[in-house]
Design a protein around this ligand. Sequence first.
Ligand SMILES: Cc1ncc(COP(=O)(O)O)c(C=O)c1O
Length: 365
Amino acid sequence: MTEAAAATIPTPRARVQAMKEYHPPLGSRDALRLDFNENTVACTPKVREVLGRISAGSLTRYPEREPVEAIVAAHLGLAEAQVALTNGVDEAIHVLFEAFLDTGDELLLPVPTYTMYEIYASATEARAVAVQAADDLQFPFERLLGAITQRTKVIAIANPNSPSGSSATRAQLIEIARRAPQAVLLVDEAYFHFHGETLMDLIGVLPNLMVARTFSKAYGLAGLRLGLLAGPVDLMRWVRRVLSPYSVNSLALACLPPALEDTAYLDWYVSEVLAARAEFEAALDQAGMRRWPSRANFVLVEIGRCHAEFAGLMRTAGVLVRDRSSDPGCDGRVRITIGTREQMQKAAVALIETLTALKIKGHEQ
Ligand SMILES: Cc1ncc(COP(=O)(O)O)c(C=O)c1O
């Protein structure tokens, strides 16, 4: 090998070189994790029973997703060909963008929103067009309609949205789908169970609508990486071309049916979170803190200049929260996941002590 050849290493595509690295914050074993919008208790015990019965022999085989996709499709009232299981919603976003976004295309994103849309878009040759929400962080419906062009190829909307907790109405989403027939409208219903409203019944009715759901939030299975993408057969067939046949592993596939079946456990967890959210919001209001109305299992709070110190002191107090200051239009704002009432009572005590220590007074930040 010549010296010049030895010094040369392969370079990635220009778009990849320009991409930002994503580093999720590291957790802590002993803390109350209110920074990832996870289930803060556990998944249903039925899942653990199934995990305990998994044999070493079954791990020698490649996973077979089709039978479980059939169960999920039946659960959603859809045809099998309309549903694909994915390695979390993250993979659903990735493969959807991979399948549809080409050079010169535009991805429309109301912001602030879930970080991974922009990250996966930046690995394609398309352009992400951000539509900024106003200070109330409500869904920027009119602005989004105004940003649709002939080049718009995908519109990604988290509903409810993170980190704001706000939601778009069904009528607004339908109108968007109609106004951009050349684009895939991805409605990411990661927080569906806390919101209760869905567009899943319009799969196959609106020809450009796709809906994603996750098992990482209400179901408490973030570590298994399980998500799903639903859409009309004519769109799903292209997604399947770029989706790995084995990206959902055997353990995740085995755990999905008992997770789906135990609706009592899911209902209990969701109602616990909704009760805790109301109590925690009341505590924030009493402290005079500005917050945004939430339809999900988290709440965004205005902390102001001391946002980083606030998150640091909360961590010291054993409660992890997520500083969202670097999100567009979110300077000084911190997102706090909602767990059970008991957990949130502890979090509220830590919050008040931290606000006092930092001399943060409500409405004065
Ligand atoms: C809106 C939204 N979509 C998707 C995800 C990721 O879901 P998954 O764990 O299934 O990849 C998140 C996680 O925070 C999210 O907030």
